[in-house]
Design a protein around this ligand. Structure first.
Ligand code: ASP
Length: 355
């Protein structure tokens, strides 16, 4: 997973392929893991290096905020993870635009950046927005200037691999434009849609409880691949892609951001934990809410279920963790201080099976 490519990752997160069908009322497995009172970290399926790095820091006495940011920085810096930071898949113009948010439980402060270009660690800039401004969210050019003001260096975030995927997407979106993919003189219908590169989601979220029992979280992403320039997803929106309440718990998300933006999912999960639900139950509740409120037929499968996936991750004040997705096949990672981090299957509302 540490070296996961975006296209592999999106196999569970993109719009569902035609070869899959839903099983109504599939049993939901319980996947909670308790920490036994010590520090604990939970992250998305691509977060094994993040939970291990974060746990190293927590064990050395770092705060939950320092730990989760150090954790996701490893993945932001990794060109092989094409969902986050350096090497993230670009927007429709071939430019990498990053979104990130952080939230610090003990002070209930948050910071975020959206559509930030040329800075590979948006999570660090989000932290500075929280600590060195009176605001919560900076976007685009303003966010870039703010990052440079604090000494961040601009760099090209597009790698050859992510550029080549963008070119492939561009050459295959339509048969009605002038871009052509490689082809032979015999080929017809050049440039028809390639479903595997059309809808690509991916993100890392990381939540931790530290030795003092304090909670923090971070969500960082290059967002939806090939997005309309300027599109902002749920990741930098406090309450949608990330929320932390130091009394109760923390929640983060990956998957179709638009569904979280219209359902305020992260804050709902934390509130549900506050009413006594386990992290996993609370995550499943957010999945159900999205499923019940996905009204547009274009977003539904043949049975009226969401034709996309969203995965939630949560930790409560006791250090119990849980994760759930709308569709089976999603993963989360945990490190509870007992050896290396583990990758576990998320609970789910609907099970995907091959027809
Ligand atoms: N939630 C992110 C967004 O919508 C993408 C993802 O997690 O896959 O930008």
């Amino acid at each position: 997973m540490a070296r996961m490519k975006r296209r592999t990752f999106v196999g569970t997160l993109g719009l569902l392929g035609g070869g899959l069908m839903a099983v109504p009322g599939a049993a939901v497995p319980l996947r909670a893991a308790a920490s036994g009172g010590g520090p604990v970290v939970i992250s998305s399926g691509n977060g094994l290096p993040a939970v291990n790095t974060a746990m190293e820091r927590l064990t050395a006495g770092a705060s939950s905020l320092d730990a989760v940011i150090a954790g996701v920085n490893v993945v932001e810096d990794d060109p092989n993870d094409m969902t986050v930071g350096y090497g993230g898949l670009p927007n429709a113009d071939g430019i990498v635009e990053l979104d990130a948010s952080v939230m610090h439980g003990p002070t209930h402060r948050a910071g975020a950046v959206a559509a930030l270009r040329n800075i590979k660690n948006p999570s660090k800039v989000a932290r500075l927005v929280m600590e060195r401004t009176d605001h919560v969210l900076l976007v685009g050019e303003g966010a870039l200037r703010f990052a440079k003001m604090h000494g961040f260096k601009e760099e090209e975030l597009l790698t050859d691999a992510s550029r080549e995927m963008w070119v492939k997407w561009k050459e295959n979106i339509s048969t009605q434009d002038d871009y052509l993919p490689p082809h032979s003189p015999e080929d017809r219908d050049i440039g028809s849609r390639l479903s595997d590169v059309m809808q690509t989601y991916g993100t890392i979220t990381c939540l931790a409880k530290d030795r003092n029992g304090d909670l923090s979280g971070v969500t960082t992403t290059s967002g939806l691949a090939w997005k309309i320039p300027g599109r902002v997803g749920d990741s930098p929106i406090i309450g949608a892609g990330l929320y932390v309440d130091n009394q109760t718990g923390a929640a983060g998300s990956t998957g179709r951001g638009e569904a979280n933006l219209t359902n305020c999912s992260a804050v709902l999960i934390v509130d549900a934990m506050g009413r006594g639900q386990s992290p996993e139950e609370a995550c499943l509740g957010a999945c159900r809410r999205i499923a019940e409120r996905t009204k547009m037929k274009r977003l539904q499968d043949a049975d009226g279920r969401p034709a996309f996936n969203v995965t939630f991750y949560a930790v409560n004040k006791r250090g119990e963790v849980g994760s759930a997705a709308i569709w089976s096949g999603a993963w989360f990672t945990v490190n509870d201080g007992n050896g290396p981090g583990r990758r576990l299957e998320s609970a789910y509302l609907y099970r995907r099976v091959q027809k």
